[in-house]
Design a protein around this ligand. Structure first.
Ligand code: NAP
Length: 321
């Protein structure tokens, strides 16, 4: 089968498509014929060798999210059978490939209403958004949430979830097309984070109170201003960050604002079970509908890694073998 291989950490061009042997399932394992692989920003940090967590042993095949059809199952597998449509959250061999070997517990049914490309956009974006909203910020209905970066994978997911949970949603994007997408996902207000007056627009949208919750996709740019914008007892969740920033702790003190960092990898087994239940319900009842903005061929993985870091996000980027 064909798979993307990284033989040394570095720029996107270090990813090459190669012929590798097909995986075979051991006990409790499943081989999925991948029809689409989700491209997440974290894939680029791992490939570059800058990711804070443990680096994979080289060579490796990137990719965490994906969707496809179960090709074969090992002994003792009960959750799925060959021919099932599934999405996955993690593999033993990487999802940027024609086939992926997965522990049975990482394979979930893909509802018929979703395409494989949409299935590849489920786990990391929706689990991150749901964890931020329900576990970290402990959001309540009727609160106002600012999704600061609502046009990308996590942001569109968060917008759909927060809207369905009865929150008042303000979403930001950096392009007219992104703003249209934010509105189409159900946000009550769509505001351009590249506008000089965006903070004033957010203040106006909240009657001067500020958002109760801010989901922040680019904390190294926005955290200082978030502290000044948040409502009394507001909660800021740092989801994305690509550098350092100077903040005034006084801005946090003045309104009892709290800053919560989070990493999806840090979820507890209980939280993981709860997220599985939230995703199963949301995929079934239609609240969660991934938006796929761009598809690249597997061989174009390097281009997809450049695209996912460029401005002008529009939902998910996926790779198709
Ligand atoms: P994505 O699809 O590339 O979307 C990036 C989002 O950030 C877009 O909405 C983009 O808007 C927005 N953005 C760009 N400049 C911004 C600014 N100055 N202020 C506010 N937003 C801005 O990425 P993603 O998959 O949604 O992930 C978002 C971030 O969360 C990434 O940094 C990712 O690494 C991180 N993440 C963290 C976790 C975790 O466990 N903590 C999990 C998943 C993702 P425009 O392009 O329209 O400007």
């Amino acid at each position: 089968m064909k798979a993307i291989r990284v033989r040394e950490f570095g720029p996107p061009g270090t990813m090459k498509i190669e012929e590798v042997s097909d995986p075979a399932p051991g006990p409790g394992q499943v081989v999925v014929a991948i029809r689409a692989a989700g491209v997440n920003p974290v894939d680029t940090y791992v490939r570059a060798g800058t990711y804070a967590r443990k680096k994979p042993d080289l060579p490796y095949t990137p990719g965490f999210d994906g969707a496809g059809i179960v090709e074969s199952v090992g002994a003792e597998v009960t959750r799925v059978k060959p021919g099932d449509r599934v999405y996955i959250n993690g593999t033993l061999t990487g999802s940027y490939a024609e086939k992926a070997l997965c522990p049975e517990g990482n394979v979930y049914p893909l509802p018929p209403r979703l395409t494989f490309a949409q299935g590849a956009g489920v786990y990391v974006p929706y689990a991150t958004a749901a964890h931020a909203i329900f576990h970290v910020a402990r959001c309540r209905p009727a609160e106002t949430i600012l999704i600061h970066g609502a046009s990308g994978g996590v942001g569109t997911a968060a917008t759909q979830i927060a809207k369905a949970a009865g929150m008042r949603v303000i979403g930001t994007a950096g392009t007219p097309r992104g703003l249209e997408l934010v509105t189409a996902q159900g946000a009550h207000f769509a505001i351009n984070h590249r506008s000089e007056s965006y903070a004033e627009q957010i203040a106006a949208a909240t009657g001067g109170r500020g958002p109760d919750v801010i989901l922040e996709m680019l904390a190294n740019v926005n955290l200082a201003r978030d502290l000044t914008m948040a409502a009394f007892r507001g909660r800021i969740v740092v989801i994305g960050n690509r550098g350092t920033i100077e903040i005034s702790p006084r801005d946090a003190m003045a309104k009892d604002v709290s800053i919560h960092g989070m990493m999806l990898l840090n979820i507890t087994p209980d939280e993981s079970t709860q997220l599985d239940a939230i995703l199963a319900a949301g995929l079934e009842n239609g609240v969660m509908t991934p938006v796929v903005g761009r598809e690249f061929l597997l061989a174009e993985a390097a281009r997809a890694h450049e695209a996912v870091l460029e401005p002008g996000a529009y939902g998910k980027i996926v790779l198709v073998p």
